[in-house]
Ligand binder design. Structure first.
Ligand code: NZQ
Ligand code: ZN
Length: 387
């Protein structure tokens, strides 16, 4: 196991009815608030009305930024920063899925940066600090509610970029599984694939000595395999929604990757698909993951795939390593198909013409991953296989 520093600072209020802590939590960190949300799902489910009522009864002045897009755009970030500056806002509350939370995070950081916030995303300037941020999560997927990462898109330049900084970790997150009852089937499926992909990104590692992290990872994968279909079947199944919600946070908050090398592969490739075609993140991951697995399966990696097959899919430990590995990959693909997710780029209307551009863009800072590093040519092969 490699050395690591444990830091997961977000205070989590988990379970039905936890919204009651909102007023007191906000008062701990700020006095004037920017409420950030998406295209209206929180109004339909009644959460918006409840939040407004709590803010009013706690006498907390607030301003609103609504309409944050899935694959949030830098234009929304700019609007949010303007609102914060004009109104001397000192706390941000994001209510929604990963897109809303990510947008809020870069508003929080951009507030302290005098020029265009896109500079922070592309490394032209560094995040120094951020306004404190709280979240009320409505979709189990990205883990943004408990991690220090944010992903923002710039459609003008066809870029979708992720960054991390300790100041971006929410100070608190309210995780009430009932807020995810209204998540439609396709987003439940995409969210489940996203959680699984976060686990895969650290599970498939060259570091084999972090035994504990790998077993925790398998537990989260089994949780997704058990409860993803259950939540799709019965959207108001509290047990299923609760388990998926907690899996979403634990998959990416650091717990699984501590003690291992951290270099992701499938995510940076998917971000290029989203940057060019504005697709749903989890859908892109579901298409790419089995193709990536097939591509990196080799003498060096086969044992980890077999371990995955035996511990997660219940394959026979006596099976030949390559046969078990292939079966494990097939099971992964079958599972995504059972959730109604696509298996090819063709199915999500992505043609061949930009594959090379995307493969180069994904690897512009060097090869991806450490389990089996992939360069631009490898990424192109994976994308071609996924066509
Ligand atoms: O905009 P609204 O009306 O709220 O509708 C959203 C949106 O249309 C809807 N939705 C959310 N909660 C709902 C609901 N509909 C009904 N009932 C509810 N309770 O779902 C749609 C998708 O929402 P979005 O926030 O875009 O989804 P998700 O949480 O999957 O976030 C995806 C974004 O996060 C990034 C992705 O790249 C993508 O941009 N990621 C962020 C990460 C991070 N910060 O750590 C890591 C991830 O790997 C990922 O890259
Ligand atoms: Zn993801």
């Amino acid at each position: 196991m490699l050395n690591f520093n444990y830091r997961i600072p977000t205070e989590v209020f988990f379970g039905e009815g936890q919204l009651k802590v909102l007023g007191n939590q906000i008062r701990r960190y700020g006095s004037k608030l920017l409420l950030v949300y998406g295209g209206g799902s929180i109004k339909k489910m009644g959460l918006y009305a409840n939040v407004i009522e709590l803010l009013q009864s706690a006498d907390i002045p607030f301003w609103e930024l609504s309409g944050v897009e899935p694959n949030p755009r830098v234009t929304s970030v700019r609007k949010g920063i303007d609102l914060c500056r004009k109104n001397e806002i000192d706390f941000i509350l994001a209510v929604g899925g990963g897109s809303t939370i990510d947008c809020a995070k870069i508003i929080a950081a951009g507030f302290y940066y005098s020029s265009d916030p896109w500079d922070l995303m592309i490394g032209k300037a560094k995040i120094e600090k951020a306004l404190p941020l709280g979240t009320i999560l409505t979709l189990a997927a990205t883990g943004s509610e408990m991690d220090p990462m944010a992903v923002i898109s710039n459609p003008e330049t066809h870029q979708k970029v992720g960054i991390g900084h300790p100041s971006l970790s929410p100070v608190f997150s309210i995780l009430d599984p009932t807020y995810t009852f209204s998540v439609p089937k396709n987003q439940t499926a995409a969210g489940t694939a996203d959680i699984m992909s976060h686990v895969f990104e650290s599970y498939f590692s060259k570091t084999r000595s972090a035994f504990l992290q790998s077993r925790l990872a398998e537990g989260i994968l089994k949780t997704c395999i058990r409860y993803g279909p259950q939540a799709m079947e019965n959207p108001e199944d509290y047990e299923a929604r609760a388990n998926l919600m907690w899996a979403s946070s634990l998959a990416i908050n650091g717990l699984l990757s501590y003690g291992k090398e951290r270099k992701w592969t499938v995510h940076p490739i998917e971000h290029e698909l989203s940057a060019y075609y504005d697709i749903t993140h989890g859908v892109g991951l579901a298409v790419l993951t089995p193709h990536w697995m097939e591509y990196v399966l080799s003498e060096q990696t086969v044992d980890t795939f077999k371990e995955y097959g035996v511990n997660v899919w219940g394959l026979n430990p006596q099976d030949n390593a390559f046969a078990a590995a292939r079966q494990a990959i097939a099971k992964t693909r079958e599972f995504f198909v059972s959730l109604g997710l696509p298996t090819s780029l063709h199915e999500i209307n992505i043609p061949e013409d930009k594959l090379e551009v995307m493969a180069r863009a994904a690897t512009k800072s060097g090869p991806l991953g450490e389990f089996r590093p992939v360069n631009a040519e490898d990424v192109l092969q994976i994308l071609r296989a996924a066509l």
